[in-house]
Design a protein around this ligand. Structure first.
Ligand code: URA
Length: 232
């Protein structure tokens, strides 16, 4: 059972043992014991009530999108699209959500429509974290306004988490975590407090991190990352 769970991407084998002894794992509705054999064709295995499955019928990739690419399958104006950066093996995946032409960073691709729907549905308020660079310094007053929410198009933005990462006379870098997907959201939030964003990069969707993936590169998601997204 621990090998099966680890192969499904739930966690490492040792961590899976703990899930089993904690009583979180069931096989066909019965609490699993350490060392129980699993028949992957017949048995229904759940962790915390969530079914785990061995084979992925869908594809999941992440890209570190460079600036200068649009997030559509085809662009009317003939600009470069993120689809051009996908390897052939990616098949029929499409981008989940959008990043602006000038924004770089974490972009998810899948052909799993159900997952794409849940990740982008406003009701689910999946957080997104951005690295933001602005010129000069930024005051506490502005930071607190960003955190509390600013008015855009007559509607207040949700509360956000704003942390200054580094600041000097020339630039300030911040991490900003938002939970909406409005048009040019981060750039317009900063504009509303009088600051122009000069660099914007998405570094996280929920707890899924871009990590050290190079600009313009694509990789498959690991099984534990897929498991995380499916249960987000
Ligand atoms: N906010 C923006 O302003 N642009 C993006 O691409 C994403 C969030």
């Amino acid at each position: 059972i621990n090998k099966y769970l680890a192969t499904c991407g739930v966690a490492s084998r040792r961590a899976c043992d703990k899930l089993i002894t904690d009583g979180k794992v069931s096989i066909n509705g019965k609490r699993a014991e350490l060392g129980t054999d699993v028949n992957e064709k017949k048995d229904k295995v759940t962790v915390d009530g969530v079914p785990v499955t061995l084979r992925e019928e869908h594809e999941y990739f992440i890209m570190n999108k460079p600036k200068g690419y649009v997030c559509t399958v085809k662009d009317d104006k003939g600009r470069k699209t993120v689809m051009e950066l996908l390897p052939e093996e990616a098949g029929r995946v499409y981008p989940v959500g959008r990043l602006d032409y000038d924004t770089e960073g974490l972009l998810l691709f899948t052909d799993d429509g159900d997952l794409a729907f849940r990740i982008t549905h406003p009701r689910n308020e999946i957080t997104k974290t951005y690295l933001v660079k602005v010129e000069g310094s930024i005051g506490d007053n502005e930071l607190n306004r960003l955190r509390a929410g600013v008015e855009l198009d007559g509607k207040r933005t949700n509360k956000s988490v704003v942390k200054v990462i580094e600041t000097d006379k020339a630039f300030t870098r911040l991490h900003v975590t938002v939970s909406e997907g409005r048009y040019h959201l981060v750039r317009r939030m900063f504009e509303a407090v009088g600051k122009e964003v000069v660099f914007l990069k998405r570094i996280k969707i929920g707890e899924l991190s871009l990590g050290s993936l190079e600009r313009g590169k694509v990789r498959r998601l690991h099984a534990d990352e897929i498991f995380y997204l499916k249960n987000i």
